[in-house]
Design a protein around this ligand. Structure first.
Ligand code: AMP
Length: 194
């Protein structure tokens, strides 16, 4: 199986690049942000709990997102692999993901980490907010909090995967197609090794 953690700060282009990677490699896309927004739209209890955190740019509790990922993995036993987008976001989530994948007799193949300057992230998110209407992309202080949360709680995951020899840095600025080529080259070089 090919299991990719597509990593990066908010606005790094994870969603956009995931779409292309899924198409090229036939993977199942698991975005915890999308799953949470679907829960909010369906007005579930879980969605209501999560919305309080998301509105502030805070992380929702680990057990909520881990539970969502567990059920999606169970629903896709025949998959060629998964792209994890926006998950894991804490070291505890990364550890839980390793344990979960072990239950399915598989593991993370690689972490592809998109690198983008902070100024560009804020610009991209504000643009996305204006186009999509997503509330957490429209307010500079919420965006800054999300980047702060990324730097303090999420970035330490890089070390977690680096220690396993699975971290690959990918420059995330420039044309979407050029960034995709870099990601695909990293995945292809991995497949050659296997
Ligand atoms: P995203 O669409 O990935 O930018 O996520 C939007 C928001 O959903 C984040 O700001 C968090 O509040 C929440 N969220 C998404 N994924 C996670 C996760 N893995 N852990 C905790 N909170 C998450």
């Amino acid at each position: 199986m090919l299991n990719i953690v597509l990593f990066g700060p908010p606005g790094a282009g994870k969603g956009t690049q995931s779409e292309r990677l899924i198409e090229k490699y036939g993977l199942v896309h698991l975005s915890t942000g999308d799953l949470l927004r679907a829960e909010i739209a369906a007005r579930t209890e879980l969605g209501i709990r999560a919305a309080h955190k998301m509105d502030r740019g805070e992380l929702v509790p680990d057990e909520i997102v881990i539970g969502m990922i567990r059920s999606k993995l169970r629903l896709n036993p025949e998959s060629k692999g998964f792209i994890f987008d926006g998950f894991p976001r804490t070291v505890a989530q990364a550890q839980a993901l390793d344990a979960l994948l072990l239950e399915f007799d598989t593991s993370i193949s690689v972490m592809l980490a998109l690198e983008v300057e902070e100024e560009e992230l804020v610009e991209r998110l504000l643009h996305r907010g204006a186009v999509s209407g997503r509330a957490d992309d429209q307010d500079v202080s919420i965006i800054e909090n999300r980047i702060h949360v990324y730097n303090t709680k999420t970035a330490p995951i890089i070390e977690y995967y680096a220690a396993q020899g699975k971290h690959i840095e990918i420059p995330g600025s420039g044309q979407i197609e050029a960034i995709f080529s870099r990601l695909a080259a990293a995945v292809d070089s991995l497949c050659e090794v296997e």
